[in-house]
Design a protein around this ligand. Structure first.
Ligand SMILES: Nc1nc2c(c(=O)[nH]1)N[C@H]1C(S)=C(S)[C@@H](COP(=O)(O)OP(=O)(O)OC[C@H]3O[C@@H](n4cnc5c(=O)[nH]c(N)nc54)[C@H](O)[C@@H]3O)O[C@H]1N2
Ligand SMILES: Nc1nc2c(c(=O)[nH]1)N[C@H]1C(S)=C(S)[C@@H](COP(=O)(O)OP(=O)(O)OC[C@H]3O[C@@H](n4cnc5c(=O)[nH]c(N)nc54)[C@H](O)[C@@H]3O)O[C@H]1N2
Ligand code: SF4
Ligand SMILES: [Mo]
Length: 819
C-alpha cells in the first residue's frame, strides 16, 4: 500500500483558504486533515508562535471529502423535462445535446438583441459578455452597505482598507461589533486568544450571546464583556455614544478640523481631492463644498438633545431603543473615547450591516472612529476588517481564457433581478434606469428592461436560495424561457434550472496559485489532485467549448508553465520590513508546502488610512465625510439621508416591539424580529446537504424560552415562522442565548417547498401588493422570509449596495396562520 500526503488548500466561500493535508493511498484520497495545526518548517520555534499565522481547518475543511463524495453529486448534464423545480423531471442527457441546447439559448438571445440592442439574459459566468451587452448584477451581500459607507465617507473602496487583525495587539481596547469571528473566521481564534492572553480588554456587541462573546469577552473598567443590543438599533447606540463624547469634549477637535468634513455646522472646503466624479468624470479638485443648514453632525447631535430634552433624556431614549442601560452606554462611550487607540473589529461590519439600514449603521461606525481620531491610527480603525495580516507577495495575474475584453454589461441590482423580470426595472425610477444605461452602455431601453433567461455559469453562487424573497423569485423565474446552472450538487438554483452542467470541485482542478480572497500575506497553492468523475468538466472547459461554437476567440493556457513564470517574477513590496535573511522559497518548495505566509510583526502592519494626507482622501471633499454632497446630488441612497445618523428600520425594534407590533398589508401582526447569522455547519449554502456536518447542529428556529412559552411551544416542537413574504416550518430551539423578542435562523439551508401546506404571502410583483398562495418552506431557507429591498446606494456607478437579511419583523406560531 503506497501512502502519500499532499498539501493543498480549502477553496471555500468563507475566504479563509485553510491549509489541508490530503492523505492518499494508492493514488486515492482517503482522508483529509488540517495542515495548519502542527509546527512546520518556516514557523518559529514552536506551535504557539503567531507567525506565520496558521490557517487551521474548521470542520467544513475536514468535511470536504464528504462534499466531494456526496451521493447526490451531479455527474451528467441534466435537462428538466417537466415544470421547473420538479426533481422528478430531470433527465440525463449527453454533452452533445447539452451544448446544442445551450448554444440554441445564446442564438435566441442574439436574435432578440436585434430588437432590444442587448441580449435579454442575466449572464453570470457564461460567455455572454463576449457576444454582446448582457445584464449583470451589482451589489454585494457580504459587504455592500459597508462599501457604500466607505465610498460616502472615506474614499474609493479598492484603495481603502481598515487595519489588519494583527493590529489588535496594538490596541488598548478591542470591540467586536456585530461580528462573530469564532464561527465565521475560525483561523483568527488563535490570534484573538493570544490578544486576550496579553491582557487586551475585549467587549462584544451583538444581538445574541455568541461563541465569540462566550470565549473572548473580558470587559473593560465599568463596561461589561458582552453588550446585548436590540437588532437594528446599533446606530442609536452609536449616536448616543457620539453625543456623550461630544458633550464631554472627548472628541479629537484637532483631528476633526484637519481631516473631516460635515462635522461642524457651516463646514466648508475647497476640495483638493485627487478623485473624479464617478458619473461625469469631472475632477473634484477646485470644487467648493459647504454643509447645508441642519445637516452637520453636530447639529444632528444637538437635535437629539432638543428632541429628547436633556443629556439624561438622550441617554434614556438610547437605552429604551437599544435595550442597554444608560450607565453602560455612558461608560462605553467614555471608555471607547479615552482608551486611545481603540479598535472596532467587524470584518464586514457584520450582521448589522446586512440590513435595510445597514449603510447608515456602517457610516456611524466610521463617524465614531473619525471623531475620536482612531480611524487612521495603529491599534485603531473603523471596523471593516481586511482578513490578512500584512503585505502581499506580488504575482502576475493569469491571463484569462477569453482573448477579447468583456463587453460592458447593463448593471442591475442583484436584489432587483426578479423585479426586472416582472416589471422592467430593478426598483430604480424608469427615468433613472434609462439615464444610467444610456450613460454606461449607450443604449436606449425605452420603457424598461427585458430578461428572457438566466445563466449561473463559472461562478460561485446559489442565487435562487441566497437572495431575498424566494416566493417572488418562483413567480419571476416562471416567466423565463431558460435557466442554466453549472453545478456539482442539486442546489435549489440547480433544481430551478432547465439545464444543469456538471462541474468539477476545486480539488479536481489541477494545480494553481490561489489567493481565494482576503488573505493578502498568504500564498496558497490549490493542489487539485483528485480525478474528476468521467463526465464532469471544469467551468473553463465548458466556456471554451461554447466559445468555440460561437466563434469567440480563446487562448488555451498551460497553467503549469504560467505558474513557473508567475513564481519566477514574484516579489514582496519594498514597504514590507523583511526579517533578516528573508527569501521566497523556490518553486518546488512552494509547490510541496502549498503555502507561504509572510510574517508581519504587529508594529509593522500596514495602516492604510495613515497614508492619506488631510484633504487628499478620494472623496469629493478630499476629507472624511460626516455629510456627503455627492450623495445629496445623486439622490440614490435607500433612505434619502446623506449624512451619518441613526435610521430606524420601518419594521424594526421600535414598531415591532416598542409600539405593540408591526402590521403588514395582510393585516397580520408581527411582534418579533429575526436575524439570519452565518452557520458554523455551512459555508453559506454549501455543506447544507452534508449530513455529518448538519447533524452537529440541527437547523432550527432559535427562540427565547419565554417567547416560546407565550406561543405554547416547547423545546424541539415544530413551529411556523413567517413574515409578509413567506413561511418556513422548523423545530424551535429554546435558549437564553437569544434575548426576548428576537428569533434567529441561520442562513444557508436549502429551500424545500412542502407539497401540501400553503401560506398566503403578500408580494409586490407588478407594482401592487397582492395576496399569493405560496408553499410552506420545510427546508427552512431564511430567504423565504426576507424582502428584496435595495439598501445602501442604488447606483451602478458606485458599487455600494447591500443586503436586507436582518432585523425585520416576523412571527412564530404553533399553527399555520389561516389568512
Ligand atoms: N462558518 C461560516 N463562516 C463564514 C460563512 C459561513 O457561511 N459560515 N460565510 C462567510 C461570508 S460569505 C461572510 S460575508 C462572513 C460573514 O461574517 P459576519 O458578518 O461576521 O456574519 P453574520 O453571522 O451574518 O453576523 C455576525 C453577527 O452579527 C450579529 N447581528 C445580527 N444583527 C445584528 C444587529 O442588529 N446588531 C448587532 N450588534 N449584531 C447583529 C449576529 O448575531 C452575528 O453574531 O462570514 C464568512 N465566514
Ligand atoms: N438571509 C440571508 N441570506 C444571505 C446571507 C445572510 O446572512 N442572510 N448572507 C449572504 C452572503 S454574505 C453571501 S456571500 C451569499 C452567498 O451566497 P452565494 O453567493 O449564492 O454563494 P454560495 O452559497 O456560497 O454558493 C455555493 C454554490 O456555488 C457553487 N460553486 C462554488 N464555486 C463555484 C465555481 O467556481 N463554479 C461553479 N460552477 N460553481 C461554484 C457551489 O458548488 C455551491 O453549490 O449569501 C447571502 N445570503
Ligand atoms: S470552510 Fe473556510 S474556515 Fe473552514 S477549513 Fe475551509 S477555508 Fe478554512
Ligand atoms: Mo458573504
Amino acid at each position: 500500500m503506497k501512502r502519500n500526503i499532499v498539501c493543498s488548500m480549502h477553496k471555500m466561500h468563507c475566504m479563509a483558504a485553510c491549509q489541508l493535508k490530503l492523505h492518499t493511498e494508492n493514488g486515492k484520497v482517503v482522508n483529509i486533515t488540517s495542515d495548519g495545526d502542527i509546527p512546520r518548517a518556516g514557523s518559529y520555534d514552536f506551535d504557539e508562535s503567531i507567525y506565520p499565522i496558521q490557517r487551521r481547518a474548521c470542520m467544513r475543511g475536514y468535511g470536504e471529502l464528504y462534499r466531494m463524495y456526496q451521493p447526490n453529486r451531479i455527474l451528467y448534464p441534466m435537462l428538466q423535462t417537466r415544470e421547473r423545480g420538479n426533481l422528478a423531471g430531470f433527465k440525463r442527457i449527453s454533452w452533445k445535446e447539452a451544448f446544442d441546447r445551450y448554444l440554441h439559448y445564446y442564438e435566441q438571445m442574439l436574435e432578440e438583441s436585434k430588437k432590444y440592442g442587448y441580449l435579454p439574459v442575466v449572464d453570470i459566468g457564461g460567455v455572454g459578455n463576449q457576444l454582446g451587452v448582457c445584464l449583470y448584477p451589482f451589489g454585494s451581500s457580504s459587504c455592500g452597505n459597508v462599501d457604500a459607507a466607505i465610498i460616502a465617507a472615506i474614499g474609493k473602496r479598492n484603495s481603502i482598507h481598515a487595519n489588519t487583525p494583527i493590529d489588535m495587539f496594538n490596541t488598548k481596547y478591542l470591540i467586536f461589533w456585530s461580528s462573530n469571528p469564532a464561527e465565521t473566521l475560525p483561523y483568527l481564534q488563535f490570534v484573538i486568544e493570544k490578544a486576550k492572553e496579553s491582557k487586551i480588554s475585549i467587549t462584544v456587541v451583538d444581538t445574541r450571546y455568541t461563541e465569540t462573546a462566550d470565549t473572548y469577552a473580558t470587559g473593560k473598567g465599568k463596561v461589561p464583556g458582552y453588550i446585548h443590543i436590540n437588532p437594528g438599533t446599533d446606530g442609536a447606540l452609536m449616536a448616543a455614544m457620539a453625543y456623550i463624547i461630544y458633550k464631554r469634549k472627548l472628541h479629537d477637535d484637532t483631528f476633526i478640523k484637519k481631516y473631516c468634513f460635515g462635522f461642524y455646522k457651516n463646514d466648508e472646503v475647497n476640495s483638493k481631492s485627487p478623485a473624479y466624479h464617478p458619473v461625469t468624470n469631472e475632477p473634484y479638485k477646485g470644487k467648493h463644498y459647504k454643509v447645508p443648514d441642519g445637516e452637520s453632525f453636530v447639529e444632528y447631535l444637538e437635535d437629539l438633545e432638543k428632541e429628547h430634552g436633556s443629556y439624561q433624556k438622550v441617554l434614556s431614549w438610547a437605552s429604551k431603543v437599544t435595550g442597554i442601560r444608560s450607565e453602560i452606554i455612558e461608560n462605553f462611550a467614555i471608555e471607547y473615547a479615552t482608551s486611545s487607540p481603540s479598535f472596532i473589529f467587524s470584518r464586514f461590519h457584520g450582521g448589522a450591516q446586512r440590513m435595510y439600514t445597514g449603510f447608515y449603521y456602517s457610516w456611524m461606525m466610521i463617524a465614531l472612529s473619525a471623531m475620536t481620531g482612531n480611524i487612521n491610527k495603529r491599534g485603531g480603525g473603523f471596523g471593516e476588517l481586511r482578513g490578512d495580516d500584512g503585505f502581499s507577495v506580488e504575482m502576475l495575474a493569469f491571463p484569462g481564457y477569453f482573448i477579447n475584453k468583456p463587453i460592458q454589461p447593463i448593471l442591475i441590482s442583484q436584489y432587483g433581478i426578479d423585479q426586472v423580470i416582472l416589471t422592467g426595472t430593478d426598483g430604480r425610477k424608469i427615468e433613472d434606469l434609462n439615464e444610467d444605461i444610456c450613460r454606461m452602455n449607450n443604449l436606449d431601453i425605452g420603457d424598461g428592461l427585458r430578461i428572457r433567461g438566466l445563466i449561473k455559469g463559472a461562478a460561485n453562487g446559489n442565487p435562487f436560495n441566497q437572495l431575498a424573497n424566494v416566493n417572488k423569485r418562483r413567480i419571476a423565474w416562471n416567466q423565463l424561457d431558460f435557466v442554466v446552472t453549472y453545478e456539482r450538487q442539486m442546489t435549489p438554483t440547480a433544481q430551478w434550472s432547465d439545464l444543469i452542467l456538471p462541474v468539477k470541485f476545486p480539488l479536481e482542478e489541477g494545480r494553481r496559485f490561489d489567493k481565494n480572497g482576503a488573505l493578502e500575506s498568504d500564498v496558497n497553492i490549490l493542489n487539485g489532485i483528485y480525478d474528476a468523475p468521467a463526465e464532469v468538466k471544469s467551468d473553463e472547459e465548458i466556456n471554451i467549448e461554447m466559445a468555440r461554437r460561437l466563434g469567440i476567440s480563446v487562448r488555451i493556457n498551460d497553467y503549469e508553465q504560467l505558474m513557473k513564470e508567475q513564481w519566477a517574477k514574484a516579489y514582496v513590496s519594498d514597504d514590507y520590513v523583511k526579517p533578516e535573511g528573508f527569501q521566497l522559497p523556490d518553486y518546488d518548495e512552494i509547490c510541496k508546502s502549498a503555502h507561504l505566509s509572510i510574517p508581519v510583526k504587529p508594529e509593522d502592519t500596514p495602516i492604510v488610512l495613515s497614508k492619506f494626507e488631510p484633504g487628499y482622501f478620494e472623496t469629493e471633499t478630499g476629507k472624511i465625510n460626516f455629510y456627503s454632497p455627492f450623495l445629496a446630488e445623486r439622490n440614490r441612497t435607500s433612505h434619502k439621508i446623506n449624512r451619518a445618523q441613526y435610521v430606524p428600520l420601518e419594521d424594526g425594534f421600535e414598531t415591532t416591539r416598542l409600539y405593540g407590533g408591526f402590521r403588514g398589508h395582510s393585516g397580520r401582526k408581527y411582534t418579533l424580529q429575526f436575524i439570519t447569522p452565518h452557520a458554523a455547519t455551512r459555508a453559506n449554502s454549501d455543506f447544507a446537504n452534508i449530513p455529518i456536518l448538519q447533524e452537529t447542529e440541527r437547523h432550527c428556529i432559535f427562540i427565547n424560552p419565554e417567547d416560546a412559552q407565550e406561543r405554547d411551544l416547547q423545546d424541539q416542537d415544530m413551529a411556523f415562522m413567517y413574515t409578509e413574504v413567506g413561511c418556513i416550518y422548523l423545530p424551535v430551539k429554546c435558549t437564553y442565548s437569544i434575548p426576548k423578542g428576537l428569533v434567529a435562523v441561520k442562513q444557508g439551508a436549502w429551500y424545500k417547498p412542502d407539497k401540501h401546506m400553503t401560506f398566503y404571502a403578500w408580494l409586490e410583483c407588478n407594482g401592487e401588493i397582492e395576496k399569493c398562495e405560496t408553499p410552506v418552506d420545510i427546508g427552512g431557507c431564511v430567504n423565504t422570509l426576507t424582502r428584496d429591498l435595495n439598501s445602501g446606494i442604488h447606483d451602478p456607478f458606485i458599487n455600494g449596495m447591500g443586503f436586507n437579511a436582518n432585523g425585520s419583523a416576523c412571527e412564530v406560531s404553533k399553527s399555520l396562520p389561516d389568512k
